[in-house]
Each structure stands twice: as structure tokens, then as C-alpha cells.
Design a protein around this ligand. Structure first.
Ligand code: B12
Ligand code: SF4
Ligand code: SF4
Length: 351
């Protein structure tokens, strides 16, 4: 059955499948507890709220006998870091360039799950991202790959540009052998992080991670971190992009991940009102942060751009009805006028 399930998973478009027992990650609960106790989750209170289930997949659904872990590739075709050299444009992480992966992965998981139910009569529950399930350690236990020093799951024949999904089932399936780390002495992901968000290899302080700051963090971002965000306005790809194992990354098979957003103009984005924001980002993961948070991020990017021509764009938002947007506009205008006073750009060129 496991072999047939794997064939079906690959036929559905998944890149890899593995199986583990629900109790296969006994160490994860303690590490989650340490992460939460250190406050590294920042404002993500939902991580604490269901800590018991998150740390113990066996407690989440006591009837489950096996966890089927699946990886779905979204490997970008070009260099995801190329846009960082264009300061008047905003960089949206390649995971969010196409359609929302939650919808695409879940749809595929449900199709595979229905097949499993029809074949075996077993019960199933499917999860992707938002449930209290630690998907990365489960995927490692199921042999899909290992959690790299950047904390994401990567595999030798997979690379790290993969989303994860899980099917819990009452069916007994033969577990796969867990994978071990093949990071060796490499530290490329730790070294490139613009905000020094890794307190140690294999550990992330989300409060410093640009992905967290641009997507999850409500309110103003600490001023010391804003300047380090550059023109990243939604998510961050730096630590993933430098991983040498991506030489062997599998290609994305889901056409829905093809880039639709590209490198948007910061001035255009700053001018979005609620309705225009919703229309522009319909079906995209970007939609979930709402107009105000995106415009806040855009204003930080404008402040970091070194482009005096963008100061009037920021100035229009000084009176924005959202106080966080208005404060971000003040910061951006202040930063750009400082550069004008000095007559130099952020990299030392005359502006
Ligand atoms: C919360 C969350 C975030 C937070 C925190 C990320 C984090 N690393 O914890 C923020 C908002 C920052 C985030 C960012 C991103 N995320 Co996110 N996120 C999640 C979520 C919902 C939970 C992760 C979690 O449980 N974190 C808590 C910590 C404690 O767990 P952990 O990361 O597994 O930590 C382990 C290590 O610290 C390890 N550890 C600690 N010490 C030591 C020591 C040694 C020696 C070892 C070996 C291990 C070790 O033990 C812990 C448990 O195993 C998952 C979905 C899910 N339900 O699992 C998606 C998920 C991890 N995210 C995902 C993605 C794509 C991203 C981004 C790449 C998006 C982007 N481009 O902007 C970035 C990557 C940033 C990064 N470097 O991690 C994917 C990752 C897929 C993959 N290949 O791994 C997931 C799995 C969603 C999905 N279904 O596909 N994310
Ligand atoms: S996603 Fe960006 S900010 Fe977050 S840990 Fe990776 S490199 Fe650092
Ligand atoms: S960049 Fe190097 S250290 Fe980081 S996950 Fe990849 S192999 Fe491991």
C-alpha cells in the first residue's frame, strides 16, 4: 500500500513522500518549549495557544497510526536575490510570487487523502502550515530530508524550495528511516542573514527574521531592524537562496507557483488603498497581511532606497488614517531627507 500511495502522491504532483509514526519526534516538544520560553515567537501567540498539540502529534489525534509527510516543490527559475539590487522596487519572496500555496497544497493533499480512503477505508486528516503540527521535524523523521542550519527542511535530491503537508491516518504504514543533517561545516545561510536572526545553527529567533517582521509582526518594526530589511516587503529568501544543496533542487511542477507579482514598483504600491490592494493581490498569500501592513513595509523599503525621488511618495502618507503607516512615512521621509542633506546615497554614491 505504501508503494502505491507513493506512486499516487508523485502522480498528483508531490515531489517526495515519507512516513513516520505520530510519536516519532519526541525531542520537538522540548525545543518548542525552549523557543517559546525565550520569546522567540514574538507576537505569534497562536504558537503558545496550542503548544501541547503542536509539540505532540500523537496527542493531536490519538487515533492516528501513521503520518504521511509530503513535499511540494516551488523552486524558482531565476535568482530570487536579484531584485535586492533594485532599491526602487519591492522584493516579494518567491514562495509568495504565485497563487497561495495553502490552497494548492491542501487541494492536492485532499485528493491524495480521498484516494487513500477509497482504497483502504482508513480515516484521514490533512494539514498544511496553519494546524498545530510541527511539519519540519515530522518530515525529517519521515526521511524526506533534514532541518538545515536555517531550520527549514531540505533534501539531497530535493533542495530547500519545498512546501510541506501532512496526512494523518488511522492506517498502519511502514515508517521510513529518518534523515540526518548533511549541512557539515557549511554556514552559508547563517552568514548571509541580514538581521543576524540565528542565535545558533538550527535555531531561529523569529523576532529578528524579515519573514516574521514583514508578514506576522503588527505595529511598528524596531527602528534598528528597519534599516536591515532593505527592499524586502513580503518574506525573505536569503538564507534559502544560498544553500548549496539547491544545485540538486527538483523543479516546480505546479503551474500555480509561476511568478505573477514580479518586482513591483514601490511608488505604485505606496498608492494602494484597500480596494486596490485587494484587487491586486487576490489569490496571493500577500493578501492576508492587508493593505496597511504591506504599505508599512513599502515605506520601510522607500526609507532604505536612498532615492530622494521617492520622498514625495512617502510624504503623501504622512496623514494616513493608519497610525503605523503614518509613522513609517515619517521615518521614510526623515531618512531620505537626511541623505539629501548629506548629499550621498546609502552606498556612498552621490544622489
Ligand atoms: C512559525 C513559522 C514561521 C515563523 C518562524 C520560523 C521558524 N523557523 O520557526 C516565521 C514567520 C519566521 C517563518 C518564516 C518562514 N517560513 Co515558516 N512556518 C512556521 C510554522 C507555522 C511553524 C514552525 C515552527 O513550529 N517553529 C517553531 C520552532 C521551535 O520549530 P522549528 O523551526 O522546527 O525548530 C526546530 C529547530 O529549532 C530545532 N533545533 C533547535 N535546536 C537544535 C539543535 C540541533 C543540533 C538540531 C539538529 C535542531 C535544533 O528543533 C526545533 C524542532 O525541531 C511552519 C508550518 C508548520 N505548521 O510547521 C511554517 C514553515 C516552517 N514555514 C515555511 C516557509 C516556506 C517559511 C519561509 C521560507 C517563508 C519566506 N520565504 O519568507 C520563512 C523561512 C525563515 C526561516 N529561516 O525559518 C515552510 C518551510 C518548508 C520547509 N522546506 O521547511 C513551513 C513548513 C510551511 C509549509 N507548510 O510549507 N515561518
Ligand atoms: S528568512 Fe531572511 S531574515 Fe529570516 S532567517 Fe532567513 S535570511 Fe534571515
Ligand atoms: S546553507 Fe549550508 S548550513 Fe545552511 S541549510 Fe544549506 S547546507 Fe545547511
Amino acid at each position: 500500500m505504501k508503494q502505491r500511495l507513493r506512486e499516487q502522491a508523485l502522480a498528483e504532483g508531490f515531489s517526495a513522500m515519507g512516513v513516520c509514526r505520530p510519536d516519532a519526534v519526541p525531542g520537538a516538544a522540548g525545543r518548542l518549549r525552549d523557543f517559546l520560553a525565550a520569546g522567540r515567537h514574538g507576537q505569534m501567540g497562536w504558537m503558545e495557544a496550542r503548544e501541547g498539540w503542536r509539540g505532540s502529534p500523537a496527542a493531536l489525534w490519538p487515533g492516528a497510526r501513521s503520518v504521511v509527510m509530503l513535499a511540494e516543490a516551488y523552486t524558482p527559475e531565476g535568482d530570487p536575490l536579484a531584485g535586492l539590487a533594485q532599491p526602487d522596487r519591492g522584493v516579494v519572496s518567491c514562495y509568495a510570487q504565485g497563487k497561495d500555496y495553502h490552497d494548492l497544497v491542501k487541494r492536492r493533499l485532499k485528493r491524495l487523502g480521498r484516494w487513500l480512503v477509497a482504497e483502504t477505508g482508513a480515516e484521514i486528516k490533512v494539514f498544511v502550515d496553519t494546524a498545530p503540527v510541527m511539519e519540519k521535524p515530522l518530515a525529517q523523521a519521515a526521511g524526506l530530508g533534514w532541518q538545515g542550519k536555517h531550520t527549514n527542511l531540505l533534501g539531497k535530491g530535493l533542495g530547500n524550495w519545498v512546501f510541506l503537508g501532512a496526512i494523518f491516518t488511522t492506517l498502519e504504514l511502514e515508517p521510513d528511516a529518518p534523515e540526518v543533517s548533511h549541512c557539515g561545516s557549511c554556514t552559508a545561510c547563517l552568514d548571509i542573514c541580514p538581521t543576524a536572526a540565528f542565535p545558533a545553527p538550527y535555531q531561529l529567533d523569529a523576532r529578528r527574521c524579515i519573514s516574521y517582521l514583514t508578514i506576522e509582526h503588527a505595529g511598528p518594526v524596531d527602528e534598528g531592524l528597519r534599516g536591515l530589511m532593505g527592499n524586502r516587503i513580503y518574506g525573505c529568501d536569503d538564507c534559502l537562496a544560498v544553500c548549496p544543496w539547491n544545485k540538486f533542487a527538483v523543479a516546480a511542477r505546479e503551474i500555480g507557483y509561476a511568478p505573477r507579482i514580479g518586482l513591483p514598483d514601490l511608488a505604485d504600491l505606496a498608492g494602494l488603498d484597500d480596494a486596490a490592494f485587494r484587487a491586486r493581490f487576490a489569490g496571493s498569500p500577500v493578501k492576508r497581511i492587508g493593505r496597511n501592513r504591506l504599505v508599512r513595509n513599502v515605506l520601510y523599503a522607500i526609507g532604505n532606497s536612498g532615492r530622494a525621488t521617492l520622498a514625495p511618495v512617502a510624504a503623501v502618507l504622512l496623514g494616513d488614517s493608519d497610525p503605523v503607516v503614518a509613522e513609517a512615512a515619517r521615518w521614510a521621509v526623515g531618512r531620505l531627507s537626511q541623505l539629501q542633506d548629506d548629499g550621498v546615497g546609502p552606498s556612498g554614491e552621490s544622489c
